[in-house]
Write a protein that binds this ligand. Structure first.
Ligand code: FAD
Ligand code: UDP
Length: 385
């Protein structure tokens, strides 16, 4: 008999499973409907032997020492400072926009003057969201903000979200602030990189424990029934243990209040028989093209022992719930959050159900915060014995 059933084997499900199995001696069953574990972190070698991230490029980055050392039990790291450039006309400029970018865009004297003003206004090392920068009435800061808005955010955000930066939640564009420093790295976290043998291998190791059983190719909704009276049935019998659900909440309740909006992505992979396609792990296309970015995997896995290179272009679109479409990003705003809350309210009748994960919580979590949340939930459930 199982103590805990976890639906989904992404970061949320995997970390929670290991913690519960190892630290609380719970018997855990993980159900995953895809043919593989790992959720959106899943990576593998393509037909050319090149390591690719099947559901989009993933770079682990964190300042959370506990999460870092926990993951490090299951993997060594290929650590590298992740850098991104944006293709703006003929120029490739560092992203986030920082003081180095400023000097590439404006001539020397003007750039120096602007740099001084930015440091005086915001302080060296600060991170200023573009929507905040735009509020500054100073004409020179207005000029910088307008440049960044037009050349970094507007078109890319329109592609990614189908809306302008004003229309989406400010925390989204706030993820990539203007940096008042000469740091060209995309993230400023102490640890950044990818697991040396891939995310999948790291997560497989996490799931290898005598108290964990994993069943792939099994949809949790087919073996669990969420009855109107608040009981959860597993294979037709009432299940008194805990259930952790990491999928989409609207789907779990058969979309009874309507579909929650998400953005999806179409990943188009290309193999090129050249050694180096773009010289960078990621190039963002912020003013041209229909795709948002091109990732060249060799630059983020450090792989050297292969001929050619594989890249992926990301084409965003509105998720409609059609067969094969994947809901990648919650579109957080007042209306959608309210709909999400309606589902959560309804689910409160299941006292042994826990919603965990980027989909289940309708949030924009990175891997590290997801792991942190999973650890916290596992500690809470584990202590409830
Ligand atoms: P998921 O990885 O989505 O896992 C959920 C799992 O549940 C899936 O495997 C799904 O098949 C399964 N499932 C759902 N419903 C059912 C069901 N009914 N029955 C059985 N199984 C079910 N974070 C970073 O820190 N760095 C990055 O560089 C980064 N890049 C990203 C790039 C993209 C394109 C995207 C979309 C996300 C990125 N993230 C990144 C975020 C990262 O992917 C998430 O933080 C993390 O994957 C969340 O894990 P999760 O377990 O909540 O969700
Ligand atoms: N963004 C942008 N231009 C860029 C990079 C980011 O407009 O060059 C905006 C865009 O709205 C994007 C958000 O900032 O969705 C967050 O970017 P991030 O790189 O964190 O997105 P993710 O990697 O999670 O897709």
């Amino acid at each position: 008999m199982k103590d805990v059933i976890i639906i989904g084997s992404g970061v949320a499900g995997t970390v929670a499973a290991r913690k519960l199995a190892e630290e609380s001696q719970k018997k855990v069953l993980v159900l995953e409907r895809r043919p593989h574990i790992g959720g959106n972190c899943f990576d593998k070698k393509d037909e050319h032997g090149i390591w690719i991230h099947v559901y989009g490029p993933h770079i682990f980055h964190t300042n959370d020492e506990e999460v870092f050392s926990y993951f490090s039990r299951f993997t060594d790291w290929y650590e590298f400072p992740h850098k991104v450039v944006a293709q703006v006309g003929e120029q490739q400029i560092p992203i986030p926009f920082n003081l180095n970018t400023l000097h590439m865009v404006y001539e020397k004297t003007k750039a120096e003057e602007m740099e001084k003003k930015l440091i005086e206004t915001y302080g060296e090392g600060s991170r200023v969201p573009i929507m905040k920068l735009r509020e500054n009435p100073d004409p020179q800061i207005q000029e910088i903000a307008e440049y960044v808005y037009q050349n970094v955010f507007l078109r890319y955000t329109m592609k990614q979200w189908g809306q302008t930066p004003e229309q989406i939640s400010p925390e989204v564009t706030g993820r990539v602030p203007v940096l008042i420093s000469h740091d060209n790295r995309y993230f400023q976290d102490a640890h950044q990189g990818v697991p040396k043998e891939g995310f999948t291998r790291m997560m497989e190791k996490m799931l290898q424990h005598e108290n964990i059983e994993v069943r792939t190719g099994v949809d949790g909704r087919e073996v669990l029934t969420f009855a109107e009276d608040g009981t959860i049935l597993f294979e037709g019998k009432p299940f008194a243990g805990e259930v952790i659900y990491t999928g989409a909440v609207d789907e779990l309740l058969d979309w009874k209040y309507g579909q929650l909006p998400y953005r999806s992505l179409d990943f188009r992979f290309e193999y090129h028989k050249i050694d180096d396609y773009q010289g960078h792990a990621v190039v963002n296309y912020t003013v041209s093209e229909d795709f948002t970015r091109i990732t060249e995997f060799k630059h983020l896995t450090g792989q050297k022992d292969v001929i050619g290179t594989t890249i992926v272009k990301e084409y965003p679109f509105a998720y409609e719930g059609k067969e094969g479409q994947i809901p990648y990003y919650a579109i957080m705003n007042e209306k959608n959050n309210a709909l999400y809350e309606t589902y959560v309210e309804d689910m409160k009748k299941y006292s042994n159900l826990h919603l965990l994960g980027r989909l289940a919580e309708y949030k924009y979590y990175n891997i590290d915060l997801m792991a942190r949340k999973a650890m916290d939930l596992a500690a809470k459930i584990g202590g409830e014995r």
